[in-house]
Design a protein around this ligand. Structure first.
Ligand code: NI
Length: 183
């Protein structure tokens, strides 16, 4: 069942671990994808990576349409890899279900092509440009290599963001909640 408690929060070493390739799409992998989608929708996120629920495998779920108030349109990406990341760099305000209470500005390439298997083992290609999907693909794939959005910040900015996040968690912020700026 979907639960906020299922989501691994900042400070957990699993968010800094490189995840393993999935060699076979087992019933466990299918169940994991379902669980991740349930958690993502519960928290109103547009993406979730397996390490964020404590599973160190290369699996990502994304739905950038639902957050815009439309019908659910979930993608499940098994062993996703970046084929191209180029285009004019764009800055975007990102949040992450593992960092309740904060959002940070991250600059990334504006155009991305990603290949991944789906749960049937078919290889699919995702291309996105200058939109939330382009950001989300890169953000979620980073998680599989133990990288999070705060790693793009300078040391002082990162410390500030992390302490703000810790305060938010102590104050009861849940995954998906982004607090208003205090300053
Ligand atoms: Ni994230």
């Amino acid at each position: 069942m979907a639960s906020f408690d299922d989501i691994v929060l900042t400070g957990d070493p699993r968010l800094k671990t490189r995840c393993a390739e999935i060699t076979e799409i087992t019933p466990e992998i299918r169940a994991l994808a379902e669980r991740m989608l349930d958690d993502m929708y519960l928290a109103n996120g547009c993406g979730l990576a397996a390490p964020q629920v404590g599973e160190l495998v290369r699996l990502v779920v994304i739905d950038c349409d639902y957050a815009g108030g439309r019908d659910r349109n979930p993608y499940v990406l098994v062993n996703p890899r970046i084929v191209a990341a180029d285009g004019e760099p764009r800055e975007y305000e990102e949040g992450c279900l593992s960092f309740p209470g904060i959002s940070v500005f991250v600059e990334r390439p504006s155009h991305v092509i990603v290949e991944a298997e789906d749960l049937d083992g078919d290889t699919l290609r995702y291309e996105a440009s200058n939109n939330l999907m382009a950001v989300c693909l890169q953000h979620e794939l980073d998680h599989l290599d133990g990288k999070t959005m705060v790693d793009y910040l300078g040391p002082i900015e990162r410390m500030r963001a992390l302490s703000e996040c810790r305060r938010a968690i102590e104050a009861g912020a849940l995954p998906g909640q982004v607090g208003s700026d205090e300053e």
